[in-house]
Ligand binder design. Structure first.
Ligand SMILES: *Cc1c(COP(=O)(O)O)cnc(C)c1O
Length: 461
């Protein structure tokens, strides 16, 4: 299995190299050269399996010779062993034909754990085999960083530096990043918003001397291995609701487009997905783009669903690549235009292709709070604000096809917003009740490439 860049000018890599690299050297993102297919019989057979067994079957064709079957099965087992729910990704029913896929039972209470726990295991296995050492730098709007620190803390051969926007993550998110004591993990509060963090990360990857000097590796949602891990729960949930014998639709609270793109991959593999709906908060660049055909960067307006506060949606480039018939030169041109002028216009053919695959909707702050309150009343379910954005949008698309809304975080990760909307302050699960008592360790840095690179050089092992 080979991986190619969305900008068409970087070498094709195998799974291991694509995972270790993250961003391609031409600035593009790696995608599989071909998407493996699962037959109806193979999909139907998932129904009787554990989450881990289903994960093995869905992901195996993508990893080529990187791990043996026995190794890969073992890594998957370890990745999900410390989740707080035996089903890993349980489904709950909200209303007739509306279901909630709870993706928040991992160690940091957000769906990011599904990918990050597995990627931690896979990095460790690959690095201990090669003897290499890497420096992982990640940018986070809150959940990726905590999931990465949790997954990589204490691992040999890896230093981890996480950039988060100072003052713009929730207290639980911040504490999950700043309280681990392992010396190989470092939380950096950057003076800027999430797009600034992500921009600095891209600058570091494009600074090849630095990249090679420290052995830079990326685990942001642009990393193909993360997208892959997220493909699994589309299969397990759809099969639980009757796929492949009937279609299932999904609504996905979206920021960087990684999670919903995983749904698209599931569909390409043969899973009968009906609608695939992008749900955004007031930072609605994706909804506007799908509506108007113009991708125009605005400024981030902080919201109560901070993990979706984004104006540059990195994984959207993967969707564009397919929409443009996999023409990397066109994608590279549009991305240059984005960098130079803050936007680009998608061709008619490409926007038609995108609209064939993705529907979209947005929820304002008031609509998000109202969805938290009304869902509590209707089904007793207390939603986090991100999941509430999804539920608000999904409700506009309910019909004969079962709808699954992805619940991307636990309400206790955002207790202030949830309490304000519902009157209920959700408690942390008991396994993490000490979080508020532990001392924090964090470095505040300006939005400046030199300062960041110096800090990283000086603090690697
Ligand atoms: C990361 C995140 C999202 C957005 O997911 P993308 O893959 O970036 O689109 C939504 N909700 C929560 C809670 C998140 O942590």
């Amino acid at each position: 299995m080979q991986y190619i860049s969305t900008r068409g000018a970087a070498p094709a890599l195998d799974f291991e190299a694509a995972m270790m690299t993250g961003l391609a050297r031409d600035g593009g993102l790696y995608v599989p050269a071909e998407v493996p297919q699962m037959s109806r019989a193979e999909i139907a057979a998932l129904a009787s399996l554990s989450y881990e067994e289903a994960a093995f079957r869905v992901m195996r064709p993508f990893i080529g010779g990187t791990f043996t079957d026995a190794e890969f099965g073992d890594l998957i087992e370890k990745a999900y062993a410390n989740f707080g729910h035996a089903a890993r990704a349980p489904l709950k029913q909200l209303a007739p034909n509306h279901f909630l896929l709870e993706l928040f039972h991992g160690p940091t209470l957000a769906f990011k754990d599904f990918a990050m726990q597995l990627i931690g295991q896979m990095f460790q296995a690959a690095l201990s085999r090669s003897g290499d050492r890497v420096t992982i730098v990640g940018a986070t709007s809150g959940d990726t960083g905590s999931a990465a620190i949790e997954a990589f803390k204490g691992l040999e051969n890896v230093d981890v530096f996480i950039l988060f926007p100072h003052g713009r993550v929730s207290e639980v998110q911040r504490r999950q990043m700043t309280t681990p004591t392992e010396g190989n993990v470092h939380a950096i509060a950057l003076d800027g918003d999430f797009d600034a963090c992500q921009g600095k990360l891209k600058d570091m990857f494009n600074h090849f001397d630095f990249r090679d000097e420290v052995g830079l590796a990326g685990v942001n949602s642009i990393n193909w291995a993360r997208v892959l891990a997220q493909v699994v729960y589309y299969f397990t949930s759809a099969v639980a609701l009757g796929a492949p014998h009937r279609e299932v639709s999904f609504t996905v609270p979206t920021g960087n487009f990684g999670d919903i793109f995983a749904g698209y991959i599931a569909k390409r593999m043969g899973l009968p997905i009906g609608d695939l709906i992008v749900a955004t908060n007031q930072n609605d660049i994706l909804h506007r783009t799908l509506t108007s055909g113009a991708y125009t960067k605005g400024t981030v307006e902080p919201s109560i669903s901070p993990s979706m506060d984004i104006q540059v949606s990195s994984n959207f480039e993967r969707a564009l690549f397919d929409a443009y018939g996999r023409d990397g030169t066109v994608v590279a041109g549009q991305m240059d235009e984005l960098k130079a002028s803050g936007g680009f216009t998608i061709s008619q053919g490409a926007i038609d292709a995108l609209r064939d695959t993705y529907l979209s909707g947005r929820a304002s702050e008031d609509e998000t709070r109202a969805a938290i309150a009304s869902e509590l009343k209707a089904s007793g379910e207390l939603l986090c604000p991100h999941s509430a954005v999804g539920v608000h949008v999904a409700r506009q698309h309910l019909g004969a096809t079962p709808m699954v809304t992805l619940a991307t975080a636990h309400p206790a990760k955002f207790p202030d917003a949830v309490e304000q909307a519902s009157g209920i302050r959700p408690p942390l699960p008991t396994r993490m009740a000490r979080l508020y008592d532990l001392p924090e360790r964090v470095t505040r840095l300006p939005d400046d490439l030199d300062a960041l690179e110096t800090f990283i050089r000086d603090n690697r092992a």
